[in-house]
Structures are given as structure tokens and as C-alpha cells.
Design a binder for this molecule. Structure first.
Ligand SMILES: CC(C)(COP(=O)(O)OP(=O)(O)OC[C@H]1O[C@@H](n2cnc3c(N)ncnc32)[C@H](O)[C@@H]1OP(=O)(O)O)[C@@H](O)C(=O)NCCC(=O)NCCS
Length: 151
């Protein structure tokens, strides 16, 4: 499902090239006769809105199973937070594990007045405030349309 979602996101208005990151292995032997490199992890942020304020939504994010727990996911999340801050984005939201994302400064979104699209997501819907964040950014979060339409 996430592969179909990503394909739909790439061709929608909410796609942001500058927030689409991959990590390559740089291991020519692992890639065979192709480009000489293998993509081992990827993550994207797309445009979403809190009320009518543009913010970013992180996801999908994934690391190849045999490359997990070696820091690739952390590098992607830190990289996206840095890129978002550098371009004056105010906030990143996501749906994921509070244990994992808490280490990057994500907090339960409803604690800062940002309500998830599905109330039952509770603490799994999280927000990371960035330098341009303002406390007036409150309301319901709305994802890019493929998040609602792709099955
Ligand atoms: C979740 C994911 C992106 C993390 O990337 P990663 O490169 O494996 O993670 P890192 O090496 O940066 O960090 C490893 C740490 O994250 C923890 N972790 C990894 N996946 C986790 C999860 N789903 N929930 C909670 N903690 C998780 C590990 O226990 C480890 O913790 P430690 O540092 O205390 O030992 C990756 O494991 C993945 O692709 N998983 C399958 C797809 C998926 O679940 N995607 C949805 C994410 S919301």
C-alpha cells in the first residue's frame, strides 16, 4: 500500500522534491550491474495543512529490513528536520511510534493543539515544532489527498 501511496504522492500537487530523501549504500557489489548503488532507505515529507497553515507531513519512511537499526532511519529524520528548518517550514507531523519519534523531538500533536485526522490515532499522531512555529498554528491536520484516496 505504501508503494502505491508514494506513486500517487509523486504526481500530486503536494509533492515537494526538496523533501524527498534517499540513502544509497555506495556498495557497487550489492547493486550488481545497475547504477553501482543501491537505495537502502527513503523518506518523504509532503504538504499538508493545520487549519489553513501549510506544514509538512513525514511519511512514508522505510529502511530495507537487513539495513534497519544501523542509523539510516535516524539520518533521514534528522535530515528532513534540518531541511524543513532551513526553508522556514513551521512544523512536521507524522503518524508513528512515540517511542521512536520522541527521540527527534516529536510530541503528541494534540498537546500543541493540532488534532489528528482520525481521533483514535491519539499519541501516535505527533508534531515536531520548528524555528518558524507559532502557537497560533492550531486546528485539524489535513493530509495530501492521496493519503485519503489510495487503498
Ligand atoms: C522505523 C524505521 C524507519 C527506523 O529506521 P532504522 O534505520 O531501522 O532506525 P535507526 O537505526 O535510526 O534507529 C534504531 C532505533 O529505532 C528503534 N526502532 C526501530 N523501529 C522502531 C519501531 N517501529 N518502533 C519503535 N522503535 C523502533 C530501534 O529499537 C532502535 O532503538 P535503539 O536505538 O534504542 O536501539 C525502520 O526500522 C523501518 O523501515 N521499519 C519498517 C517500516 C516502518 O515501520 N515504517 C513506518 C515508520 S512510522
Amino acid at each position: 500500500m505504501e508503494a502505491r501511496l508514494l506513486e500517487a504522492l509523486r504526481i500530486c500537487d503536494s509533492w515537494q522534491d526538496r523533501f524527498s530523501f534517499v540513502i544509497e549504500s555506495g556498495d557497487a557489489a550489492a547493486a550488481g550491474a545497475g547504477s553501482g548503488r543501491e537505495v537502502i532507505a527513503h523518506a518523504v515529507c509532503t504538504r499538508g495543512y493545520v487549519d489553513d497553515v501549510p506544514v509538512l507531513a513525514l511519511g512514508p519512511i522505510a529502511v530495507l529490513p537487513d539495513r534497519q537499526r544501523s542509523g539510516a532511519g535516524s539520518a533521514l529524520v534528522h535530515g528532513l528536520i534540518g531541511a524543513a528548518n532551513a526553508t522556514a517550514e513551521p512544523m512536521i507531523v507524522l503518524l508513528g511510534s512515540p517511542v521512536y519519534y520522541g527521540r527527534f523531538g516529536f510530541v503528541r500533536s494534540s498537546d500543541v493543539g493540532v488534532e489528528p485526522p482520525e481521533p483514535e490515532w491519539h499519541e501516535h499522531f505527533q508534531a515536531r515544532m520548528l524555528s518558524s512555529y507559532r502557537q497560533t498554528m492550531r486546528g485539524e491536520f489535513v493530509y495530501a489527498s492521496p493519503f485519503r484516496t489510495v487503498q
